[in-house]
Write a protein that binds this ligand. Structure first.
Ligand SMILES: C[S@@+](CC[C@H](N)C(=O)[O-])C[C@H]1O[C@@H](n2cnc3c(N)ncnc32)[C@H](O)[C@@H]1O
Length: 304
């Protein structure tokens, strides 16, 4: 017999309310809460935060207290008034001044990913995404949600830069790439992973390849991709950086969610090691190895 104290009922509520937690995080980023508190000379009360953010006092107080409950903010009470400051998590990952800030990725998730996920049931039913309905762009175009405007493309590229500021080293150090003097990062965006590669393997010459619009934007915003064609010579290798599914496809949960994320955004999917092995073998690669990094992204190395 079910009861409100049941673990199952508690879990059900945790899952159904999960999107609210994401929205608190997204809204606080969007409104600039973490930057305000990082730049303030000391902790602020909700009235001061509301006036500096240009937000309602009531809404701000609710948001700040919920952020505190989520360990995104620290709160101390003085003279009956609550004062808020960033927690360690927010100082490290949410304040713009931090070298590991993930703000662009979170804003991308709020403005693109979240909106695509609102159509998950249709995507599962039809095996297709719903760009046309969500963003007014035709679904035939790959990346049309992500690249629907220059601003969103730049946001996505910057978001990936932020991801690699945290996860880049572990995927590039998963295998010793020093025997490869020439490295080409295909679809390398702004060159964030390429820069990490050049710093980890100073003997390598690294070149980034991407589509013309991305190359143009990256040049305008201070990065360095080059256009061209990639050819694999004898003795070459291919490093694939992806989130690996378990062999039976039933875990880890984050990778399963990423697979659904690929469905709603690009009609793609994440893969198991065997599926990558088959894909790479069909393209003439062998000597397949993979390493789980312990982070979200794993590494696969194959030779030709
Ligand atoms: C998911 S993003 C990854 C970007 C980058 N590797 C990173 O992790 O930061 C995929 C990239 O592939 C690029 N891309 C898509 N089609 C491409 C093509 N035909 N040739 C080169 N790059 C392409 C996209 O523009 C985008 O920058």
């Amino acid at each position: 017999m079910g009861s409100p104290q049941d673990d199952a009922y508690r879990l059900l509520n945790e899952y159904s309310n999960g999107f609210m937690v994401s929205q608190v995080l997204f809204a606080a980023c969007e409104l600039g809460v973490f930057d305000l508190l990082a730049q303030a000379p000391g902790p602020l009360d909700s009235a001061a935060a509301a006036s500096r953010l240009g937000c309602s006092p009531h809404g701000t107080e609710l948001l700040l207290d919920t952020c505190a409950a989520l360990k995104l903010l620290k709160v101390e009470v003085r003279g009956g008034r609550a004062f808020y400051r960033n927690s360690e998590l927010s100082s490290t990952y949410l304040a713009s001044g931090s070298p590991t800030c993930q703000r662009n990725m979170l804003l991308y998730m709020a403005r693109t990913t979240y909106r695509c996920w609102a159509h998950l049931a249709e995507a599962v039913r039809e095996g297709k995404n719903r760009y046309l309905q969500v963003f007014g762009v035709p679904s035939e175009e790959l990346f049309s949600a992500i690249y629907r405007s220059d601003a969103e493309r730049l946001r996505f590229t910057r978001g990936l830069q932020e991801v690699w500021s945290v996860a880049g080293r572990s995927v590039l150090a998963a295998f010793d790439l020093s025997p490869f003097p020439l490295v080409c990062d295909l679809g390398g965006g702004s060159g964030a992973l390429a820069r990490e590669c050049a710093s980890l393997y100073p003997g390598c010459q690294v070149t980034v390849f991407d589509i013309p619009e991305v190359v143009r934007a990256a040049r305008e915003h201070g990065a360095f991709p080059a256009e061209g064609r990639v050819g694999f010579r004898e003795g070459g290798g291919l490093l694939v950086v992806e989130s690996l599914l378990d062999e039976d496809g039933r875990g880890p949960l984050t990778t399963q969610l990423y697979s659904l994320n690929m469905l709603v955004q690009t009609e793609g999917r994440e893969r198991t090691p065997s599926q990558y092995r088959a894909l790479l073998a069909s393209a003439g690669f062998h000597g397949f190895q993979f390493k789980k990094t312990g982070g979200i992204y794993d590494a696969i190395l194959a030779r030709n």
